[in-house]
Design a binder for this molecule. Structure first.
Ligand code: CU
Length: 105
């Protein structure tokens, strides 16, 4: 009865975990970034407020880090792969405007 779950996971090859840098400020950014990252095929997405690293666990047969990056940029957040357009960035609340402000929620 040693975790048959983790054995099953190890045998499951269609799963990959990658990290990328996503710019952002605060808890609100965290929610927005993580929500944007949860697209079809993504199992888990966790953004670290201190390191600004997003860790994504996903199924390579269903999606890719490029797709995740596009959605995050679309939510207004620049990342390693895709930059948000000015229009997308300007939709962020002022305190989340990570290029100019530091937010203290
Ligand atoms: Cu924020």
């Amino acid at each position: 009865m040693i975790s048959s779950f983790s054995i099953a996971q190890a045998q499951q090859k269609d799963i990959s975990t990658e990290k990328m840098r996503v710019d952002g400020n605060c808890e609100m950014c965290k929610k927005r970034i993580e929500n944007a990252a949860y697209i079809g095929g993504v199992k888990e997405a966790v953004w670290d407020e201190k390191t600004h690293m997003l860790t994504v666990t996903y199924r390579p047969s269903k999606t890719s880090m490029d797709d995740v990056a596009k959605h995050i940029a679309h939510a207004g957040y620049d990342n390693d792969k895709v930059k948000a357009t000015e229009e997308e960035y300007n939709k962020l609340p002022k305190c989340c405007a990570y290029k100019t402000a530091t937010c203290n929620h």
